[in-house]
Design a protein around this ligand. Structure first.
Ligand SMILES: Cc1cc2nc3c(=O)[nH]c(=O)nc-3n(C[C@H](O)[C@H](O)[C@H](O)COP(=O)(O)O)c2cc1C
Length: 337
């Protein structure tokens, strides 16, 4: 089977990322650490380290350990709300990290300039066309558009709608990577044909042999189907809940009960609003670590995208990437015939 057409369609993305396959391994807190990230880059794709809540010292060490495992380029995902964002950018600069992915909202003042001064390319999430245009005006180097099928924190719009709204308008100006719900190569081929420079996948890599996720976490993925990966639900307008897609478990049930309890206390004036909101906000604190590292998949947060149903076995990253690329190439060949 010829991969020529696929390679042509990916050329812009691979040139941007400096790798062979225009596929970013979406950063996943606790999962995307040195082993998985190095394995993704070694497979010819582009690994992205998840900084999450790490301190600058921990990030420094993680980048060093990743570099010890791959000579290929990889990126670092930083969360905009991190109180030490500037210091984290400086750590990336010291290591010569070529690509920083900023997640968690629009970049705060000064962050773009600091990243540019560090010589790194900046990738941001664009949750709507208007924001994509604004980010392009702010001189970001590439965009990720991530639909609500994705695992982790999500927006309200599906990948297929975001792709149709955003790709035809901005893909000529800036490389755009499509994420959320991608489990097979046929979908990758489709988004590339629509003008995407590449794609970003998270859920498909959780059960990679090289992933350090706890065996219980991997087992939960292997058992789950698309309908088990549900978005968290807000029960009262006064108590905001940030939507997160995860496998439903005892923890999600208890979260519903917790919201009801807090609402009752609020209504009975036994709780101040600020304290009530804090209790909801803090409910999931540490919950992803509890599931990924400790293996408590009943009470922890088993963040997963709807493509979880297409995760059927534990296999090396290289096999996952090769299968996706073969599927994409075959799909393009069929369409050309
Ligand atoms: C367990 C898990 C943790 C995640 N953590 C992060 C994170 O820390 N930062 C981030 O930008 N995205 C995070 N994501 C989103 C991924 O980077 C990626 O965009 C998403 O998984 C793509 O959609 P998919 O899961 O349908 O492949 C996470 C996703 C999962 C499944």
């Amino acid at each position: 089977m010829s991969h020529d057409r696929l390679n042509n369609l990916m050329a812009r993305g691979t040139a941007f990322l400096g790798c062979q396959v225009a596929l970013m391994g979406g950063a996943m807190s606790w999962v995307s650490e040195r082993h998985l990230v190095a394995a993704i880059s070694n497979a010819g794709a582009f690994g992205v380290l998840a900084c999450g809540a790490m301190t600058p010292e921990l990030l420094d060490n993680e980048i060093r350990e990743t570099k010890a495992r791959t000579e290929r380029p990889f990126g670092v995902n930083l969360i905009t709300m991190h109180p030490q964002l500037s210091e984290l950018i400086d750590v990336c600069a010291r290591h010569g990290v070529g690509c920083i992915v900023l997640a968690g909202g629009l970049p705060p003042g000064g962050a773009i300039e600091r990243i540019k001064a560090a010589g790194a390319k900046l990738v941001c999430f664009a949750p709507a066309l208007s924001l994509a245009k604004r980010l392009i005006r702010s001189k970001v180097d590439a965009l990720v558009i991530e639909g609500m099928e994705a695992g982790g924190h999500i927006g309200p719009v599906s990948t297929s709608v975001l792709a149709q709204e955003i790709l035809p308008v901005v893909a000529g100006d800036i490389p755009v990577f499509v994420a959320g719900g991608i489990g097979r190569g046929e979908a990758i081929a489709g988004f590339l044909e629509m003008g995407a420079a590449g794609v970003q996948l998270g859920t498909r890599f959780v059960c990679a042999t090289e992933s350090v996720a706890h065996p219980n976490f991997k087992r939960a993925f292997l058992r789950a189907s698309a309908r088990d990966a549900v978005a968290s639900v807000q029960h009262d307008a006064r108590l905001p809940v940030i939507p997160v897609r995860a496998l439903k478990n005892k923890g999600t049930e208890l979260f519903t009960a917790k919201q009801r309890e807090v609402v009752e206390h609020l209504d009975g004036q036994r709780l101040e609003m600020a304290e009530a909101q804090l209790q909801i906000e803090h409910y999931w604190a540490g919950a992803l670590r509890r599931a990924v590292i400790d293996g408590d998949v009943e009470h922890g947060s088993v963040m997963a995208g709807q493509s979880v149903g297409m995760v059927t076995k534990e296999e090396p990253v290289a096999a996952i990437v090769a299968e996706l690329m073969d599927q994409a190439a075959a799909a393009l060949e069929r369409r050309a015939a």
